[in-house]
Structure formats: C-alpha cells, structure tokens
Ligand binder design. Structure first.
Ligand code: NAD
Length: 492
C-alpha cells in the first residue's frame, strides 16, 4: 500500500465508458493501490450543453493538477462540425507519444496464436496530416498540409528508443514512406538514423510502411518496438490490435512532457451502454500502463498476472470473447463478473505466459532532446538562401499557352523553370500527358545561378502574374546548407 494516495483524474466518458472505467478502478483498489480519483467530465454531455470543445474548464484544471488521466471513450458528435474531444485533449496537453502495445494473450484466439506476438507501436500524435491544416485551392482541388518537424520527430523517436531500453527490448523499427515523401517522411527517417547511434545496444532498422503492413500480416512476431509518423501509426496500430484479439484487448497511453492520458483504443460502443456486458480488458490494460507511469510497477505486474490467469482459465469470459471462442454466449460473464474473477485471481501467476524481462519496468518519462539539435539558435546558424518560388495558379489554360504567358511575366531577376500539374511536369513538354484539374504550379528560379531572390522580386512577380492568372498560394524555394529544401516535379 502506498503511503501517499496518487491523485489521478478519471473521465468515465460516454456509452460503455463508465462501466469499463469502474472495472479498472475496482481492480486497482483491490490490488491495494491508493488513488485519490478526481472525477471529471468530457464528451457528449458537455457538447450538448453547448461547450464546443467537449472538455470543460474544470476538467482541464484537474488534469493540470494531477497530470495523469484515466479516460473512458468519448463520443464525437457527428454532423455539427465539432472537433473530437479526444483529439482536443491530446492537443491541449501535447501528448505527443501514442503508445499501443499489442501482445498475444492466453485464451484469446487469433490467427497467430502461439507465435509470440508482443510489439509496441509508438505513434507520433501531434503532427503530420493530423495538424488539420486543409484548404480548398479551387472549388475542386483540396489540399492538406503534411507537417513533419525536426523537433516532433526527435521527441517521438527518442521516446521509442528510451521505451525499448527501459523494457529491455532489442529492436526498434522505423516505418516511413520516405521513398516517396523524401522531405517529410525523409526527415523522420534521417532523424531516426541519427538518433539510433546513441542506442548502440538496440537494433535499429528502417522499413517502408507498406512493407511493414505486409510483414505484420505475414510474420508479426518479428516486430518489437515500431516508431512511426501519425497517419502511418494510426493505420498500423489498428492492424497490430487486430492481430492479437481486436478492440476489446487493445490498450493505449498518450504521453507528453507533463501529462499522460490512458485509454482503451475502442469507442463508446453505444449499443452495449449500461448493459454490463462489455469487455473491460482494454481499459484494464490501459490502467496498467498508467500504474507503471505513476511508479506502481509491482501492482501493475500483479494485476497483469491476474488478467492473464483469468483469460487463461477461460471460466469467466465476456460475450465478445465467447463469440470468438465458440463459447456459450447466453451464459457469458458480465463486465462485473469478469472483473470479480480478476480480483479473485490477484496473487496468482499465469501458467502459460512466461514472465517477460523488463515487463514490470516503469514507463519512460518523456525525454526532451538536448537543446543543440533544434531551436532558434540552431536555425540561425544554418546558411540558407531563397533561390526561387512556386506559384500555384487556378487555370484550365493549356500548358504550352500558360508556359509562354508566364515566361513573358517572369521579369528580369527570375525565369520560368517549369510548370507541373499534380506534381507532374507539363511544361516544357515531356511527352507525359497528365489530366488537367484546373490547378497549375509554376516554378520560377533566379536567372543567375544560386542568386538569392528577394521578397520584393517575389512580390512583384506575384502582382504581375496575378493580373493574368488567379494564384492560390505561394511557396518559396529554399536551400539549407547547400541542400535543396524542395522536391523536383515528376519528369523534371
Ligand atoms: P466502437 O469502438 O465503439 O465500436 C466498434 C465495435 O466494437 C462495435 O461493434 C462495438 O460494440 C465493439 N466494441 C467496442 N469496444 C468493445 C469492447 N470493449 N468489448 C466488446 N466489444 C467492443 O467504435 P464506433 O462504433 O466507431 O464508435 C462509437 C463512438 O465512440 C463514436 O462516437 C466514436 O467517435 C467514439 N470513439 C471514441 C474513441 C475514444 O474515445 N478514444 C475511440 C473510437 C471511437
């Protein structure tokens, strides 16, 4: 029993949330961990009261005090534009590391039973296409900015290596699409390769994300820790959950420098709300990540053993698992009954699951990168030049005609280098004939090789071109320390 109770914010959430959260709370109490729970609200009821964030001020204040949250699922209102309260919570507290373990469990049938699947997906949780910066360029052309930063990449990659180290895991796989997105996904890959040198005892490998999907379906036991960007991680963490029993068994933790939020991967399953039939395992496993985070590794190991024993025995099985095992659904265990069985099994060791080295290890504290690698002083010390500009133009004009007109508008300092449509060069002609979509990109570069192009020259160009074409956005072309900060068009 801890001397000082842990103060933890608990958000019961929507639908089946209160039932699964209550189950975890009962088990934690039965294991002798003293917690002073601060109950807080978020989700559907809050939206209904007109709070468009879904996370009231009192809840935010509680999280700022306790810095640890156990959270049930929150419904995202459909049809009236509000952002998800889950995403709001993650962004409010900058919980940049989404950690999703996927481990084979006894008594839970899967296609890979017996292969020893035991991996952790570490997903970057803030950046990438999830920054939510979208614009309609024309009424028919939508654009979403994919933001990958050096700082964001370092934080999550270091987190993954520290996690591997603390749990005695041997390998970290970095999964990207750097072969196609050489600057965004490429930055993540390069940062991984650089930081891996600081962890010589851990095998570091890079795989292209589509190959990761393929390998996970073929031989998932080869994966240990996998670190990846936000969208990739969203998809492969669900894939990984599916390998080991699905939503009822998938826990997660969202870790930031100050706050950590623990929740099941599943949603509010509204059709089962209040029926006492839902499987609470995912939330219980999430609460074990929480206990390790607050320094209760021994209690977490005891509860984990009791969960494994209960699943191993297969006597108390909730409906969803009974359905999978071909068991008796009529007499399946209730949420409460399943919880009672786990409590009764506290203190027992599972017979079929070997103890994992480092399994009781505390979760990693967030580890900010040493100052020298990014920040204002570092940027200021890197030589950079503006060597041209990409102008995006709403235009259905045929490429040759547009090219001749834009060449005439280029001016004295700049020259038209090329025009592309959806990334494929259409002027000068290459023989490639991409379909026109009404949006062209015209690339202008300095007439004199490597000359720095001034803002005044760019502004004057935009005004000149704007008299003839409707421009939609402007991107400067930079060179940083001799490296191009932009990609070439297909065919260029
Ligand atoms: P869901 O996860 O609630 O349900 C998907 C399916 O899985 C349903 O058939 C459900 O009954 C079943 N299921 C879910 N959890 C289970 C469990 N513990 N045991 C047994 N079966 C389980 O997903 P959904 O229906 O797409 O979403 C419902 C609501 O939850 C939506 O409003 C959605 O926005 C929200 N949601 C919230 C979170 C979160 O809070 N992190 C995550 C996903 C969805």
């Amino acid at each position: 029993m801890t001397a000082q109770p842990h103060r933890i914010t608990v958000i019961p959430g929507d639908g089946v949330g209160p039932e699964v959260v209550r189950s975890a709370q009962r088990i934690i109490a039965a294991a002798g961990v003293a917690v002073d729970w601060e109950e807080a609200e978020a989700g559907a009821e809050v939206f209904k009261r007109g709070d468009t964030s879904g996370v009231p001020r009192d809840t935010r204040a509680s999280i700022e005090r306790t810095r640890v949250v156990l959270k049930g699922p929150l419904e995202t209102p459909v049809g009236f534009g509000e952002k998800s309260a889950n995403v709001t919570l993650r962004k409010l507290f900058e919980t940049y590391a989404n950690v999703r373990p996927a481990r084979e469990l006894p008594g839970v049938p899967t296609r890979y039973a017996g292969e020893g699947v035991d991996m952790i997906i570490v997903r970057e949780n803030i950046e990438d296409l999830y920054a939510g910066i979208e614009h309609m360029q024309t009424q028919d052309v939508a654009q979403c900015l994919k933001i990958i930063t050096r700082k964001g990449s370092e934080k999550i990659i270091r987190y993954a290596f520290e996690l591997a180290r603390s749990q005695g895991r041997a390998k970290v796989t970095c999964a990207t699409k750097a072969n196609i997105m050489k600057l965004t996904e490429g930055l993540f890959k390069r940062t991984f390769e650089e930081l891996s040198a600081e962890y010589p005892e851990i095998t570091a490998e890079h795989l292209i994300i589509d190959n990761v999907a393929h390998q996970m379906a073929k031989n998932p036991a080869q994966f240990d820790v996998v670190v990846t960007t936000n969208l990739n991680g969203d998809i492969i963490s669900d894939l990984a959950s599916g390998l080991v029993g699905g939503l009822g068994f998938a826990p997660s933790g969202n870790y930031g420098d100050d706050v950590a939020i623990f929740e099941a991967v599943h949603g509010s399953a509204p059709k089962y709300a209040g029926k006492d039939v839902i499987n609470p395992t995912a939330l219980i496993l999430s609460s074990l990540m929480m206990l390790r985070h607050v320094g209760e590794a021994a209690a977490a190991a005891t509860i984990e053993d009791a969960v494994l024993v209960t699943l191993e025995e297969g006597k108390a099985v909730t409906q969803d698992l009974a359905r999978q095992t071909g068991g008796d659904i009529e007499h399946a265990a209730s949420t409460t009954g399943f919880t009672d069985s786990i409590i009764a099994n506290l203190g027992k060791r599972p017979a079929t699951v070997p103890k994992r080295a480092g399994a009781g290890a505390p979760a990693v504290a967030a580890t900010p990168r040493p100052r020298w690698s990014y920040g204002a002083d570092v940027s200021a010390s890197v030589a950079h030049a503006t060597v041209g500009v990409d102008l995006f133009l709403e235009s259905w004009v045929e490429a040759g005609e547009a090219g001749r007109a834009l060449e005439a508008l280029a001016g004295d300092a700049l020259t038209l280098q090329m025009i592309s449509s959806r990334g494929t060069m259409v002027y000068p002609e290459t023989g490639l004939k991409p379909d026109s979509v009404g949006l062209l990109r015209a690339r202008f570069v300095a007439r004199e090789a490597a000359a720095d192009v001034s803002d005044a020259e760019i502004a004057a160009l935009v005004l000149r071109v704007g008299e003839r074409f409707a421009w939609t956005h402007v991107e400067k072309l930079h060179v940083f320390a001799g490296e191009d900060g932009y990609t070439k068009a297909q065919g260029q």
